[in-house]
Write a protein that binds this ligand. Structure first.
Ligand SMILES: [Zn+2]
Length: 201
C-alpha cells in the first residue's frame, strides 16, 4: 500500500491555486502546494477547516525533516492558521482558538506514517464554536489528541472550503511579496533569500 500523502503530493503539482485531485482512492482538497510542502483538508475532519500540512518528500517522523523543510513548515504554520481562521470564522484568529498538533509513531497516535501537522480550528473570537460547546475535560483532551468525533468530508464542502482557504493564503502571500519579505520564483514557489541563498518555501 503506497503512502497516501506521497500519492497526494505526486498528484498535485506546485501551484498558487492547486486544483482538487480526484483518483480511484478518493478526492484530495489542497489549499497550498509548493515544491517543498503541501497542505490539504483532512478527509475526516475533527472540525470544519481541519487542515494537514506536510513535506512533499516522504519522511515518517519530524526528525526526518531537512533544514529546508523545517524552515518551510515553520514559515507556513502561522500563515495557514490565519487563513484557516479567516475562512472558517471570518477573522484571522486573534482571540480565536485552534490547535496545531503533530504525532510521531503509532503509540503517539500517528496513523499515516508521513510527517504531518494538523491545524484544527476550535472557536472564533466571539466564541462561535466549531465542535461541541459543552465538553468535559476528558472529552476536550480526547479532541486535542485527535480522538474526537470525526465525520467524512463531503465533496461539495471540500470543494468550497479548499477554495476559501486557498484564497486567504494567496492574499497572505501577495501581502508578504508586496512588503518584500518573500520573492516569487518561476516555478510558483514563494522563496526567501537568506545570506544570498534561495530558500524555497
Ligand atoms: Zn509519504
Amino acid at each position: 500500500m503506497p503512502c497516501p500523502f506521497c500519492m497526494i503530493a505526486s498528484g498535485i503539482p506546485a501551484s498558487p491555486s492547486p486544483p482538487v485531485l480526484t483518483s480511484k482512492f478518493g478526492s484530495a482538497y489542497p489549499v497550498l502546494s509548493t515544491p517543498t510542502v503541501i497542505a490539504f483538508l483532512d478527509i475526516a475532519p475533527i472540525a470544519r477547516g481541519h487542515v494537514l500540512l506536510c513535506p512533499r518528500q516522504h519522511s515518517s517522523k519530524v526528525i526526518g525533516l531537512s533544514p529546508q523543510e523545517s524552515a518551510a513548515i515553520g514559515f507556513w504554520l502561522p500563515i495557514l492558521s490565519r487563513a484557516v481562521m479567516k475562512a472558517v470564522h471570518g477573522q484571522e484568529g486573534e482571540g480565536g482558538s485552534w490547535n496545531i498538533l503533530q504525532a510521531n509513531g503509532a503509540e503517539a497516535g500517528q496513523t499515516v506514517p508521513h510527517t504531518h501537522f494538523h491545524i484544527i480550528p476550535r472557536a472564533g473570537a466571539s466564541g462561535t464554536e466549531v465542535g461541541k460547546s459543552e465538553m468535559t475535560d476528558a472529552e476536550r483532551k480526547n479532541l486535542v489528541l485527535g480522538e474526537g468525533p470525526r465525520a467524512k468530508l463531503e465533496d461539495a464542502e471540500g470543494q468550497e472550503l479548499s477554495k476559501l482557504i486557498n484564497h486567504e493564503i494567496v492574499k497572505e502571500v501577495t501581502g508578504l511579496e508586496e512588503q518584500g519579505f518573500i520573492l516569487s520564483s518561476q516555478d510558483n514557489a514563494p522563496c526567501m533569500k537568506i545570506e544570498g541563498r534561495e530558500l524555497k518555501l
